[in-house]
Design a protein around this ligand. Structure first.
Ligand SMILES: [Zn+2]
Length: 107
């Protein structure tokens, strides 16, 4: 029954208001900076605690998605968008043999 009590007395970390309510959220987490453009965008669908007094919001990133944020590498089962990375692998290698064809030297 102690667990019930702690859940009921949740306070806002910013303003100590008790007017904190739980919502369902959807977040696309991007890596910051230019290099972030080539990294995964991680989707998380957490329960979000929003302070209805000051607007501070708090949620926890699930382990699986957290692993993607730690490493920048997608994990199986995680909702990840890899739009920019895919482009690196879509380049075709047409006529690669042409350039390296050996020729007998002409004297
Ligand atoms: Zn607050």
């Amino acid at each position: 029954m102690l667990g019930m009590i702690t859940a009921m007395t949740r306070r806002c970390d910013s303003c100590s208001s008790r007017d904190v309510r739980e919502f369902k959220g959807e977040f696309a987490v991007h890596f910051a900076g230019i290099e972030g453009l080539s990294k995964a965008i991680v989707w998380v669908f957490p329960e979000v605690n929003v302070c209805l007094t000051c607007g501070a919001a708090q949620f926890r990133v699930p382990d699986r998605e957290l692993r993607v944020l730690r490493t920048g590498v997608p994990v199986e089962g995680a909702a990840v968008l890899m739009e920019n990375i895919e482009k690196q692998y879509s380049g075709s290698s047409v006529a690669q043999g042409e350039a390296t064809r050996s020729r007998p030297s002409e004297n």
